[in-house]
Design a protein around this ligand. Structure first.
Ligand code: ADP
Ligand code: ASP
Ligand code: MG
Length: 422
């Protein structure tokens, strides 16, 4: 019998009925003799509802004071769902206790709304487990050194769960969600997407970082760093299904490349609508411009993703880069106020109607022509590529947002990922 961590996402916790199903499933695992720690997300829609209330009262602000209150607010969603799950478990006849992040504590840095977990004190959890209780730990939240409540970024409960599993050296961390595993691409966009029985850690890391929100990127990073056995599976199967069958279902994130398995060149397609493009036009082409532009952006704590500097003409060039859409307005203002005057550039223009589409696969290491096939498929659909970036196991392009679904579907088919018709 082992120490197991379960994580249940928002939809899985979406109503009293769903919470009852979660409790029955967890009770089944506990009654088999496992020590159970459960990390729930807020009930579906709750985090959005809370954040929308804040926006109703005041437009979003980039100040620390504002972000602190957002965390104070958003963290309540997980506190409520955790208590409800503990109540539901007690109703099933099990001892159960829930803890907010600050009660353990789960320590994080002070980057409100995107805090990083630094340590987890598992003493109380271990003591409760030893007394036969099921322990519920709130997802998504922690506490900084000054005692402020922090949150870990959207989708952060995945990271809470993997971090708890790592800290407690759990046998496995099971991420229960509203799909039955990791697919070749988002099955809501491409119905022909196929579930992967296993996916390598490196591919999962790329997929998550490129927009597949089935797992938050930091949860995958944690799993890699601490070698946490991680599985994604459905919470919508009957709760009383055979436990061994359940334990084998879904998608396992693997750390060893399986030599025996036939290696697909491209394993998955990710996409992301969360970015925006800024182009600084008429930049004098001289040493130090990239530093001048991107240094100012970095100083403002804004992450930059893709970067392109065009060939110069008459000593002038254009410099484009992408940032998260949430940072877009701030980045534009910053370039206008701090960079253009110093640089002597003409102007900055922005585009929020872009998306990034990426193909991911370990097989790309040993095959040539994968990227060019991607470009061919897009050109056949008359989709214009605005930016390109590549690494060993992925190629990403930025295109007009309105072609996103077309691009993803065509690439999915062209790389042989569609499931065979039944
Ligand atoms: P939860 O609330 O359980 O955390 P999320 O909505 O955060 O669930 O993540 C699950 C969703 O991720 C799925 O409903 C699906 O639409 C989306 N998704 C995106 N890419 C993939 C993928 N490659 N495989 C499976 N699901 C994906
Ligand atoms: N409730 C948070 C969110 O909606 C965290 C999570 O669901 O993982 O982003
Ligand atoms: Mg999620």
């Amino acid at each position: 019998m082992a120490l197991i961590v379960h994580k249940y996402g928002g939809t899985s916790m979406g109503s009293p009925e769903r919470i009852r199903c979660v409790a029955k499933r967890v009770a089944k695992w506990a009654r088999t003799g496992h020590q159970m720690v459960v990390v729930p997300s807020a009930m579906s829609g709750e985090t959005n509802r809370l954040l929308a209330l804040a926006k109703e009262l005041a437009p979003a602000r980039a100040t620390e004071a504002y972000h602190r209150e957002l965390d104070m607010l958003a963290a309540t969603g997980e506190q409520a769902s955790s208590a409800l799950l503990a109540i539901a478990l007690q109703a099933e006849g099990l001892g159960s206790v829930s803890y907010a992040g600050w009660q353990l504590p789960i320590r994080t840095d002070s980057s409100y709304t995107k805090a990083r977990i630094e340590s987890i004190d598992d003493q109380r959890v271990r003591a409760d487990l030893a007394h036969g209780k099921v322990v519920i730990v709130t997802g998504f939240q922690g506490i900084d050194d000054e005692g402020n409540i922090t949150t870990l970024g959207r989708g952060g409960s995945d990271t809470s769960a993997v971090a708890v599993a790592a800290a407690m050296k759990a046998h496995e961390c099971l991420i229960y969600t509203d799909v039955d595993g990791v697919y070749t691409t988002d099955p809501r966009v491409v119905p022909q997407a196929r579930r992967l029985q296993t996916v390598s850690f490196e591919e999962m890391l790329e997929m998550a970082s490129l927009g597949s929100k089935v797992l938050q990127i930091r949860s995958v990073e944690f799993a890699g760093k601490y070698r946490v056995r991680l599985r994604v599976l459905s919470s919508f199967t009957p709760w009383d299904m055979d436990i061994d069958e359940e334990a084998r279902s879904g998608t396992l994130i693997t750390f060893e490349e399986d030599e025996k398995m036939e290696q697909a060149v491209v394993s998955g397609i990710a996409f992301n609508r969360d970015e925006a493009k800024l182009s600084v036009l008429g930049v004098p082409d001289k040493p130090g411009i990239a530093y001048l532009i991107l240094g100012a952006v970095a100083d403002a704590n804004i992450d930059v993703d893709m970067i392109i500097q065009n060939l110069s003409k008459d000593g002038k060039t254009d410099f484009s880069f992408t940032v998260h859409r949430n940072d877009y307005a701030r980045a534009i203002d910053l370039i206008k106020e701090k960079v253009l005057p110093v640089l002597g550039a003409h102007e900055v223009v922005g585009d929020t109607n872009i998306c990034k589409v990426s193909i991911v696969g370990i097989g790309m290491r040993s095959h040539v022509g994968v990227a060019s096939k991607m470009f061919r498929v897009l050109s056949e659909e008359s989709i214009n590529i605005q930016m390109i970036s590549t690494s060993e196991i992925k190629t990403s392009v930025v295109i007009d947002e309105k072609y996103m679904e077309l691009a993803v579907r065509s690439l999915h088919q062209a790389f042989g990922l569609d499931q065979e018709a039944a």
